[in-house]
Design a protein around this ligand. Structure first.
Ligand SMILES: [Zn+2]
Length: 75
């Protein structure tokens, strides 16, 4: 993926774990991209884009600005 591999993800706001980009084709030339915690599965929610670096950057930006009080469940 290039650039995104060089980015440093903030620790998960819920468990402090590491995170990674998850992206897959949504068909029609679109892609769904999210940042997902490796441990607890907390994520940014999937972002629909035309692929390329934009989806990665949107997901990354959302992860980096995520606060710890958005969790739906209490554990
Ligand atoms: Zn986590």
């Amino acid at each position: 993926m290039g650039l995104i591999d060089c980015l440093e993800f903030k620790p998960c706001p819920f468990c402090g774990g590491t995170a990674h980009i998850s992206s897959h084709s949504a068909g029609g030339g679109y892609y769904l991209t999210a940042v997902v915690c490796d441990f607890c599965g907390a994520n940014t929610g999937e972002i629909l884009t035309r692929g390329g670096i934009f989806g990665d950057m949107f997901a990354y930006a959302r992860w980096q600005t995520r606060k710890g009080n958005e969790r739906e469940c209490d554990e």
